[in-house]
Design a protein around this ligand. Structure first.
Ligand code: NAD
Length: 505
């Protein structure tokens, strides 16, 4: 099994155009969570090489900002073509490196293609404003310029889509990009970089050599980039611990950070909910990607009038959901990323039981021996929102609690430090509108009759409070990758001052 997995990874990387010397004999051992075995040894960059890369990225930015935006869009269009052509191979590599089930591996690449399409359209927009001036013979405008090299730090659980959300926008905005992927998932990063280089070669000499660069390494390489003033924008996706550190460092040098951090997402099931739909949505939201999405459903508030109808059915789904190696069968729940993740899950379940919770599931499932970590997802009926319920445990644990009034449920939902995603199951328009109102959900994402996970790229993605406040992907998220400039132009022959100020010399 192991030898063939390693061979398959090498064959995929080869087909995607990654040179073997980048993933053999290096210092960073990459393990597949499917079996726990080492599938490649990737070379890491030194601090010196990272600094040189940042210097070359700055040079690339200076050339790229002069290329007209619609032409920049053409490069992203070609990148989308390369991704389309390699969707199967890259999606499969996501499955082998992260353990996602095949449809989610492919879905991640589809998301990359979608954001490329979005960015191509955007490259003919990036609109400024014309504002009415208070002075005669004056014009007041606002325009957007490229910001500079954009540093992208990404997490293991969306190893390539997060890069594309940032890179596709940054590139059409006229920025260069420097990517520090998760040290757990460098192979999919190498493959994506190879696809970018293919697109750049087809695009021609207008694409500077270091337009998109990759820094494979650990946290220290990320820190080096975060401290560097030559990188004015840092987009960082990962834990709140990481984001607090990154946010503070970037703020100290007055850089801009786009922070996409942890979530503790909730859904509210009201008396008017369609319970069949709710059951399916909760199952996907809480157990999909083995609970390793930032938007995974972690807290479920169920109205006391429907609790005894919904919750026993849910317990049954938790008992029967298929857990296994997703490349060997049709399991819906694959492995956890590593042993640390497994231990955190077990610690949280113990803390929940100590706090009076009734635990269903959560036990280890032996699929591929000791080195891989498969678990039956856990559902915990909690007497109140306390202890581990207030934290994000990056594993499939769903805490279920009862409520009596919608005001109470919304207050509980909002009473955590994270603010990423939320949803309500209701067919009563008053309940829905209250949830979406200013007194409703305090999250960056608030959905109706679906779970909190599975965002589309057209909307701005991100969350409030300790989720970091950043927005990526659709809507006007592009503005974070550009600098705004206000222009006042006097086309007359006098010099009227604003606010009627007189200063005649
Ligand atoms: P992590 O914080 O351990 O690592 C994320 C990245 O940050 C890695 O590349 C790591 O090397 C780097 N890093 C860590 N400390 C750093 C520092 N001090 N300075 C610079 N770089 C540093 O996260 P993870 O375990 O890979 O991913 C899981 C977490 O990511 C969860 O909390 C999840 O909710 C979050 N996440 C959030 C979003 C979102 O959009 N909000 C999306 C995906 C994942």
């Amino acid at each position: 099994m192991t030898a063939s997995l390693r061979c398959e990874v090498a064959a995929l990387l080869d087909s995607l155009g990654v040179s073997p010397d980048l993933y053999t004999g290096g210092s960073l051992a990459v393990k597949s969570p499917l079996t726990g075995e080492v599938i490649a040894e990737v070379s890491e960059v030194s601090a010196e090489q990272a600094k040189e890369t940042i210097a070359s990225s700055l040079d690339a930015f200076k050339a790229w900002r002069r290329v007209p935006a619609p032409r920049r869009g053409e490069l992203v269009r070609l990148l989308g073509e390369e991704l389309r052509a390699s969707k199967e191979a890259l999606g499969r590599l996501v499955t082998l490196e992260v353990g996602k089930v095949p449809s989610e591996g492919l879905g991640e690449v589809q998301e990359m293609i979608d954001i490329c399409d979005f960015a191509v359209g955007l490259s003919r927009q990036l609109y400024g404003l014309t504002i009415q001036s208070e002075r005669p013979d004056h014009r007041l405008t606002e325009q957007w310029h490229p910001a500079g090299p954009v540093g992208i730090i990404s997490a293991f659980n969306f190893p390539v889509a997060v890069w594309s959300w940032n890179a596709a926008l940054a590139l059409v905005c006229g920025d260069s990009v420097i990517w520090k992927p998760s040290e757990k998932t460098p192979l999919t990063a190498l493959a994506t970089q190879a696809l970018f280089l293919k697109a750049a070669a087809r695009f021609g000499s207008d694409a500077p050599v270091a337009l998109s660069t990759l820094l494979v390494g650990g946290r220290e390489i990320g820190e080096l980039m975060v401290k560097d003033r030559r990188v004015p924008v840092i987009s960082a996706t990962g834990s709140t611990r990481m984001g607090r550190d990154v946010g503070e460092r970037v703020a100290r040098r007055f850089g801009r950070s786009i922070l996409e951090l942890g979530g503790n997402n909730a859904s509210i099931v009201t008396p008017s909910a369609d319970l069949d739909l709710t059951l399916r949505a909760v199952a996907f939201g809480a157990m999909g990607t083995a609970g390793q999405r930032c938007t995974t459903l972690r807290r479920l508030f169920v109205h006391s009038s429907v609790y005894d109808t919904l919750v026993p059915k849910l317990v049954n789904v938790y008992k029967t959901i298929s857990v296994g190696n997703p490349v060997e069968g049709d399991a819906l729940v694959g492995p956890l990323i590593d042993v640390a993740s497994f231990k955190m899950m077990q610690d949280s379940l113990k803390a929940a039981a100590d706090a009076g919770g009734t635990v269903h599931g959560g036990t280890r499932v032996d699929v591929n021996g000791e080195a891989s970590f498969y678990v039956r997802p856990a559902m915990v009926e909690m007497p109140s929102q306390t202890g581990p319920v207030l934290e994000e445990t990056f594993a499939p644990i769903l805490y279920v609690m009862k409520y009596d009034t919608l005001d109470e449920a919304i207050a509980l939902q909002n009473d955590v430090v994270q603010g990423l995603s939320s949803s309500i199951f209701a067919t009563d328009i008053r309940e829905v509108e209250q949830f979406l109102s200013a007194q409703g959900s305090d999250c960056g994402i608030a959905n109706v009759n679906m779970g909190p996970s599975g965002a589309e790229i057209g909307g701005a993605f991100g969350g409030e409070k300790e989720t970091g406040g950043g927005r990526e992907s659709g809507s006007d998220a592009w503005k974070a990758y550009m600098r705004r400039q206000t222009n006042a132009i006097n086309y007359g022959r006098t010099l009227p001052l604003a606010q009627g100020v007189k200063f005649d010399v």
